[in-house]
Design a protein around this ligand. Sequence first.
Ligand code: M6R
Length: 593
Amino acid sequence: MCGIVGYLGEGNARSIVLEGLKRLEYRGYDSAGMSLYDETEQYFNVYKEKGRIQALESIVDMERSPMGIGHTRWATHGKVNRENAHPHRSADGRFTVVHNGVIDNYSKLRDLYFDGHTFQSETDTEVVVELIAHYASKMPSQDAIRKVLKMLHGSYAMLVIDALEPGTLYAAKYKSPLLIGKSDQGIIIGSDMMALVGTADNYLPLDDETFVRITRKNFTQYDLDGEVLPYTMSKLEMDDFTSEKGEFDHYMLKEIHEQPAVLRRIISKYFNETHVHIDERLLKTIRQHERIHILAAGTSMHAGMIGKELLESLAGIPCEVHIASEFAYQQPLLGDKPFFILISQSGETADLRACLLNLKKANHPSLTITNVRTSTLAREADHSLELHAGPEIAVASTKAYTAQIAVLAILAYSMSEQTFDLKRELSEVAQAMEHFLDRYESVETLTTNLLTKRNCFYIGRGSDYHVCLEAALKLKEISYIQTEGFAAGELKHGTIALIEEGTPVIAIISNDKTAENTRSNLSEVKSRGAHTLTITFESLSENGDEIVLDNINPSLAPLLTVIPTQLIAYYAALKRGHDIDKPRNLAKSVTVE
Ligand code: M6R
C-alpha cells in the first residue's frame, strides 16, 4: 500500500526521503513522487514518476535539501500514471500534500466546493489540497488544515507543506498509520517504522485525529480542535533480524530459511527453563470467557484456523475463525462472554482495525498477535503478544505464518492441563525444518516437472486442509497459477470434474487417522489423469512419495508441512520470471478496507 516519508533537519532530505521510500518498497506501489525545498530559489520542487523509485531518483535534479516529503502510491482512485502520483499541489501553488488512505466523501466535497474547477488528477487527495488552499485564504494555515480534516470521511495519513512557511511541515493521521522519529539532527515522519530506521533515535506512533506541527528541531501535537496533546517518545530499537537479503536472491527465500531461527527465538522469548511465561492477567481474562473468536485476513486467517484447532484441542475452549472484512460489517451471534484474538503480521490491516473499533465500542476484550510491537492493532487491543519474527519484507507471508502458529500453540498450551513438553516439541520442529531446508533445492525440479498447467489443487484433511488453503494462496499470489486448497473428501462432490490429463494435485498427509482416505482421494484423481505430488511424514510415507519430512508431534504438523509448499510457490514464480517479492496488484500491508 502507499508509503509516506517526510524529513526536516540538518541532514539531506533528498537522500533521507529516497532511502525511506526504498525501505517502504516492500509494501507494494506503482508510482512514486517527492517534493524538496530549494533554499536558493526558495521554492518547493515536485518530482513524480510512474513505476519504480529508481525512475523517480533519476529525475530529481537537486543534490541537497533541508526539507522534503515523499510518497509511494498504490492506486485506489484513478489510473497508474504520473498525474495521479503524489505529491499533489494546489492550483495556487501554495500547498503540497502526500496522503495515504481513502477519502470516501471526496466527490461530494469536489462537487460542493469546486464546480467548474479543472483538476489535474483523478485522486481524492487533490480535492483535499484544494480545500486546504480554499480555507487558507481566509484563516491561518493550521486552522485551515484542521478545518478540512474535520470535513473528511474515510482514512488518512497526510503531510502538508505550506510554501509560505518553508521551515514547517504539518502532519495528520486518522486510521492510516503514521510515526514521527526524532534525532539530534532532525525529524523524520513515516507511515511505517522501516522508514525511520537509521535516521531516528526515538519515535512516537501518532494516535487517530492528531495534527502535528513539525519544525527542524521539534514538533507539537494537537487534537483537531487545536488543544496541545502531551506525548512521550520511545527508544527505537531494531530487531536482531536484518532487513537485508544477504546471500539469497529474494527476501521470500531468505524468510523461508529464517523459520527455524524464528521458532527458536519464539521459544527463548516465551519459555524459561521449564515454564511458559505469558502474562497471567491475559490468561486469567481468557479463562473467564466462554468462546474465542479469531479475526484475521489472508495468511493470518489461515494461521488462525490452525490456532482454533490448537485452542480447542489443547485448552478445550470453543473457538471460531472469521474473515475480518466480513466480520466488520456482518457480525454473527457471538454467544455469551466472547474473547477476541486478532492476528496480523503487520498490525495495520484496515479490515481488522474496523473490527477492533467495533469491539472496543461494545467493551469486548481483545488480544492482538502481531509481528510489529508498535503497530496500531498492538497498541489499541487490551493485550498483545509479539511474533518475534523480525521484519518480513516479501509480500508473500512465510515466517510470520509459522510464527503465528507457534505463538498460538504456546498460548493454547499455557491454558491447558497438558503435561507434554511443548518447548522440546517445538525445538524438534525447528530441527526438522532445518533438516528439510538443507535439501530445499530438490523442490525446484519437482515444481518444474509438476506445475505445467494454469491451475493446481492442494488437497488434505483436518489441519492438512487448512495448510492446503495457505499453500494455495501462496502459489496463486506469486506464480499467478489458479490454485485451490480443497478438503480431500469434498473433491468428488463436484470439483473433480476439473481434473484432466496433467492437472497438478498436491496432497498433504500428516494425520494417521485420515492418511488412507486422502491416499484414496489421490488415487481417484490420478486415475483421471492428474499429476500428483505427496508431502508427508516418515512414519506415514509410502514408496514414491516425493517429499518426506521428519516425524514431529502431529499437532504441530502445519509448522513443517507448509515449508515445502512455500518453496513450491517460490520456484513456480521463479520459473515464470515474476517479481517474487513484489507480486502484481498486491501490497504488504493492506491499510484500506
Ligand atoms: O498484516 P496482516 O497479517 O494483517 O496481513 C493479512 C494479509 O493481507 C496477508 O496475510 C496476505 O494474505 C499475504 N499477502 C499473504 O501472503
